[in-house]
Design a protein around this ligand. Structure first.
Ligand SMILES: C[S@@+](CC[C@H](N)C(=O)[O-])C[C@H]1O[C@@H](n2cnc3c(N)ncnc32)[C@H](O)[C@@H]1O
Length: 289
């Protein structure tokens, strides 16, 4: 729907290894294409960073599905001082504009979407990361159900580090690999989990970028959305990765929404599978290799 410029650099926080839009020097880019995110604060933050990075006269193309922020894009860009051309294609709104000489409200939008320590939950976080300003009820249920672990483990999809902090309360845990695909979550987790036993990686936990084997335990609250739509395959890929990472007899503790069909995947890969708690629409599984 919108061609990225030839030779473009990737700057998405959801693509491991990508450059960071925050770090690009102001007024240096000739053009930028952005699939704008659904959250309002996160989207205005990204648009503000994009406009700041462009040279005056440089082109911004921003698009989003109509019902996931697309219908608000034009007004948001106009509020930053842009003169916007909007087109409609495949349920998306595509907005194009040139970066004006004078931008309005950029610093405020950047400040509003920036990382911060949230006193309410006692964690660093940022608009756009999973459950950014409250503890997810599924994660809270898993954290309070966890046994005292020992040895080497992993937290797949570790977010801002809430579960990892619960795991690391056990002095017998030797190492904990924390893997998340969202750079912003990993950066927040680096503030939240200062324990030297934690190893943080910005990576796809379902791929092999971070080698994991012979682990004693894995914890996870796997994602079940990809690009806004429900995707049970992603959770199933997390379960496969956990099974492959554990030693025989190693244990997976996982929480999932009750309606998600993970039992078949679990029983196919683990010697025993037990539902330890079922509460508030969630199930906590303990599965042993
Ligand atoms: C349901 S959240 C759980 C977050 C955290 N463990 C907690 O309990 O608050 C799932 C996390 O998985 C991450 N994620 C999604 N796809 C991923 C992937 N392919 N590899 C690694 N992390 C992923 C998301 O960024 C999100 O932080």
């Amino acid at each position: 729907m919108a061609e990225p410029p030839l030779g473009a650099r990737q700057v998405s926080p959801l693509i491991p290894g990508a450059a960071s839009l925050e770090a690009i020097t102001a007024e240096t880019l000739a053009s930028l294409v952005m699939l704008a995110p659904p959250g309002t604060v996160e989207r205005r933050y990204g648009l503000a960073l994009a406009l700041r990075a462009l040279v005056p006269g440089g082109t911004l193309t921003a698009l989003a599905p109509k019902d996931r922020g697309g219908s608000r894009l034009k007004k948001e860009l106009e509020a930053f001082g842009c003169d916007v051309r909007e087109t409609v294609k495949s349920h998306h709104r595509i907005c194009a504009c040139e970066r004006p000489e004078i931008l309005i409200g950029i610093d405020a939008a950047v400040a509003e979407g920036a990382p911060r320590l949230l006193q309410s939950i006692g964690l660093w976080s940022q608009p756009g990361v999973f459950s950014w300003d409250r503890i997810d009820p599924g994660s809270a249920l898993l954290a309070k159900s966890l046994p005292t672990f020992s040895g080497r483990g992993a937290d797949l999809g570790s977010g801002v580090g809430y579960l990892a902090r619960a795991v690391l309360t056990s002095p017998k845990v030797e190492r904990l690999a924390m893997i998340d695909i969202d750079r912003r979550a990993v950066e927040a987790a680096a503030h939240n989990v200062l324990d030297p036993r934690a190893d943080l990686s910005w990576a796809d936990a379902t791929g092999a970028a971070v080698p994991l084997s012979g682990l004693d335990f894995v914890v996870m609250n796997p994602p079940f959305h990809d690009g806004g739509s429900e995707d049970k395959a992603l959770g199933q890929a997390f379960i496969k990765r956990a099974a492959g990472a554990l030693r025989k007899g190693g244990v997976l503790w996982m929480v999932a929404n009750r309606h998600l069909p993970y039992e078949t995947t679990l029983t196919g890969l683990f010697a025993t599978v037990e539902v330890r708690i079922e509460q508030g629409g969630y199930k906590v599984f303990e599965a042993r290799r």
